[in-house]
Design a protein around this ligand. Structure first.
Ligand code: GLN
Length: 436
């Protein structure tokens, strides 16, 4: 088993570490993003700074998957600490899209989406801060579910942005989302932000009405527009009302997110100084701040450094009101917009990503702002903490998958899960050819 996985990994680089042992009596197999701690298996968040870090305990979500019969096969590759949209910011191999290895799997849970697309009967735990479950799900043509913020314990999740981070599920099979959402859900006293919550009732509640924001197709490619419009027709065919609404908040969410997320990230990264976790091989003859600086300079990647600079700047005294406080008020506005719309509709539909997965050669030419802008539709539900789902909904001329995103009200995963099951029954999704 492990040698087969090794062979698959040589081709697709979806794993940063394989489990040394998979229990023979495992009832199902799963993988987990490498920012979830796993007892005895290196957990590095795609970062050199955490090289050698072997946690003593499993993250709550991994522990629960194991308790329900799951065998953990490996830790999946990701953008360093979750910073990215294409998984190219990983120090341990860049996952390759199973539909075309010249292209990205999306990010930052790119390895999880790749594993879900390539491995049979597989489910992977991903993590989303600003879209990192739905984006890679869309790029790899699989189902991705990000539950309500607070639904799943973050205990053992290595923080990117604490007010945003959520653990979700990716699988080629919608039924696995339904099966495992209850497995990983529930209040956990070890994570104070995991809420007392309604059970994820999976009653099969159908979507009766869908709102489509006018802004949904801003900047979308022709293929994405076509697939999205066809999807709306299918949704009508399922008996749901589809109506257009105004949602200008969608246009302001992305800049606000990058301020809030980098503010939180820059404080979270302050703990990596070469003393407590991971690598500790700096020059101890240096003065302590020179030691920290040289260590961080050497082992953080460029995107992590960019985010430390941005986050530190925007929360500095003198700038805080102009950036951080303003971003928080935009966030409140985004939450308010979803509340208003979801009073009258069961879900808000948009494409997941404005384009299909780009080639690595094109990603190399993108500036940071261009790459951040790709998240414009996945960021809003993450700022609002609302559950959201990406389903495969079409293919472009090169056969690259396109995703449809549905956002529901807090705690209302039920409609998303039943939509995913119905959709799976009527949409003929293609499996990637995993020629190994
Ligand atoms: N692409 C976004 C970012 O870089 C989202 C990543 C995530 O959800 N971890 O912040």
């Amino acid at each position: 088993m492990t040698s087969d996985l090794q062979k698959i990994n040589d081709r697709y680089s979806m794993f940063s570490a394989l489990a040394p042992h998979i229990p023979d009596d495992a009832e199902f197999l799963f993988s987990a993003k490498d920012n979830l701690t796993s007892a005895g298996i290196e957990t590095r968040c795609g970062s050199k700074i955490l090289e050698g870090y072997r946690p003593a305990f499993d993250a709550a979500a991994i522990e629960k998957m194991k308790k329900s019969g799951g065998g953990l096969v490996g830790k999946t590759n990701m953008d360093e600490f979750g910073f990215g949209t294409f998984s190219v910011n990983s120090a341990y191999g860049i996952p390759k899209n199973p539909f075309d290895r010249e292209r990205s799997c999306g990010g930052s849970s790119g390895g999880s989406a790749c594993a879900a697309a390539v491995l049979e009967d597989h489910v992977s735990l991903g993590v989303s801060t600003g879209g990192s479950v739905c984006c890679p799900a869309a790029f790899c043509g699989v189902y991705g579910l990000t539950p309500t913020y607070g639904r799943v314990s973050r205990y053992g999740l290595i923080d990117y942005g604490n007010s945003l981070d959520k653990i979700g599920l990716l699988s080629a099979d919608a039924g696995r989302l339904k099966k495992h959402l209850p497995t990983i859900s529930g209040r956990d006293p070890r994570d104070p932000t995991s809420c007392v919550q309604p059970e994820p009732a999976l009653s099969g509640k159908r979507i009766g009405s869908v709102a489509v924001p006018k802004e949904a197709l801003d900047g979308a490619s022709a293929d994405v527009r076509r697939a999205f419009n066809e999807s709306l027709e299918r949704i009508r065919g399922m008996g749901a009302d589809v109506e257009t609404v105004d949602m200008p908040a969608l246009r302001y969410a992305m800049p606000a997110y990058y301020i809030i997320a980098t503010c939180e990230a820059s404080t979270n990264l302050a703990r990596y100084v070469g003393m407590r976790y991971g690598r500790q091989d700096g020059d101890l003859a240096l003065k302590f701040d020179d030691y920290f600086t040289s260590f961080r300079t050497k082992y953080f990647g460029d995107e992590a450094k960019r985010r430390i600079l941005l986050g530190t700047y925007t929360r500095m005294a003198g700038f805080r009101d102009r950036y951080y406080a303003k971003a928080l008020s935009v966030r409140r506005h985004v939450i308010g917009s979803y509340r208003e719309i979801l009073k009258n509709y069961d879900a808000v539909a948009t494409p997941t990503m404005p384009f299909v997965s780009p080639k690595f050669a094109d990603i190399a030419l993108m500036g940071p702002v261009e790459s951040y802008a790709a998240d414009r539709l996945t960021i809003p539900p993450n700022l609002a903490g609302t559950p959201h789902l990406s389903v495969p909904c079409g293919y472009d001329g090169d056969g690259m998958p396109i995703g449809l995103q549905l956002v529901a009200d807090h705690w209302n995963e039920d409609v998303l899960i039943s939509f995913a099951s119905d959709w799976e029954g009527m949409f003929d999704s293609r499996r990637a050819e995993a020629d190994i």
